[in-house]
Design a protein around this ligand. Structure first.
Ligand code: NAD
Ligand code: ZN
Length: 342
């Protein structure tokens, strides 16, 4: 089968013929229909320090996908061929304290599809049945391919009560703008999104942000005044990985404000702990998605009309993957879909 492989320790990805994956008795074989390119794939493509430390080569990359089940292992009773599914990209150990207690999203020993084990930028991918999510009938395949990053957005956003609350999101990347859509759908009042890229702010507006801010042009305390807010934001979602964005967010929370942190800082980040203490903030780190409460809510939100489609800016056949990675690397693209069903 064809697959996008990190074949050697250097920049790029290679479209290669590799053997079809085998399935164990608890696994499901999926024919991949659509995939999406994630920031993580870009790190792997660009072969940065993180990728060099993390990715064994050769490795079939990719983890955002939707496909159709074409075979199931002899132990698998809950799935059958023909079902349209995506995969939870974190394969958990099943034996640590958290896994045993049913808190699989807190597993201490996750292994990542397309990072530590063969991924979904391929004609076929094999996954443990426990990682497979069946989509509701009629789901748009491009949207279904985005359930992994939509899950990051939704899991981060729904940590706290949003109904009637004022939310600040720092970073209007794909995850930040999808989080804006989720917050609006979940009943937040103001959903303010910051970014230094004006195209991304436009997208945030399209997806549900009620107000967008370029922090190089307007500061957040002025924004609060414009919006008639007196006490600061109730909920903060850090989705930029940028130190100054995070500090800005903390400084604009209300007393007792609640913050979820998804953005991965690229450098050591100092914050003013006095703000955290005297404003009595709650800070919570977020990794991945909750298995499978996040997936359940995503399916229902989409069925109930949550529209994240503007986040998809480019679509290519898989042979044109280079164009997709170029569009991501030059900052022109938000989400890129690769079609494997040709
Ligand atoms: P992205 O890099 O596309 O988006 C980040 C956005 O932040 C960009 O649009 C950038 O312009 C913006 N930004 C930069 N400086 C800023 C500033 N000073 N103020 C406001 N915005 C600023 O990333 P993404 O794919 O949307 O992911 C968001 C973050 O979440 C990234 O840091 C990513 O690494 C991280 N992530 C974490 C997890 C997890 O499980 N914790 C999963 C996926 C992604
Ligand atoms: Zn575990």
């Amino acid at each position: 089968m064809k697959a996008l492989v990190k074949k050697e320790s250097s920049v790029g990805l290679w479209l290669q013929d590799v053997p079809e994956p085998e399935i164990g008795i608890n696994d499901v074989l999926i024919k991949v229909l659509r995939t999406a390119i994630c920031g993580t794939d870009l790190h792997i493509y660009n072969w940065d320090n993180w990728a060099q430390k993390t990715i064994p080569v050769p490795m079939v990359t990719g983890h955002e996908f939707v496909g159709e089940i074409v075979d199931v292992g002899s132990n698998v009773n809950s799935f059958k061929t023909g079902q349209i599914v995506s995969g939870e990209g974190h394969v958990v150990c099943g034996r640590c304290r958290n896994c045993m207690a049913g808190r699989r999203h807190l597993c201490a020993h996750t292994s990542g599809i397309g990072v530590n084990r063969p991924g979904a930028f391929a004609e076929y991918v094999s996954l443990p049945a426990a990682n497979v999510w069946e989509h509701r009938p009629g789901i748009d395949l491009d949207i279904a391919a985005l359930f992994d990053p939509l899950g990051n957005a939704l899991h981060t956003a729904l940590q706290y009560d949003l109904l009637g609350e004022d939310v600040l999101i720092t970073g209007a990347g794909p995850i930040g703008v999808m989080a804006a859509a989720v917050c609006k759908h979940a009943g937040a009042r103001h959903v303010v999104v910051t970014d230094i890229n004006s195209e991304r702010l436009k997208l945030a507006k399209q997806l549900g942000a009620t107000y967008t801010v370029n922090p190089t042009e307007q500061n957040l305390s002025d924004v609060q005044a414009v919006l008639g807010m007196h006490e600061g934001f109730d909920v903060g979602l850090e989705m930029s990985g940028n130190a100054s964005a995070f500090r800005d967010l903390l400084a604009n929370m209300c007393h007792g404000g609640k913050v979820s942190i998804l953005g991965i800082p690229s450098q050591d980040t100092a914050i003013d702990w006095n703000i955290v203490i005297f404003n009595m903030l709650t800070l919570k780190g977020i990794y991945g998605r909750e298995m499978y409460e996040t997936w359940y809510k995503m399916s229902l939100f989409i069925e109930a009309g949550l529209d994240i489609s503007p986040v998809i800016t480019h679509r290519f056949g898989y042979e044109d993957f280079q164009k997709g990675f170029d569009a991501m690397n030059n900052g022109e693209a938000c989400k890129v879909i690769l079609n494997w069903d040709e």
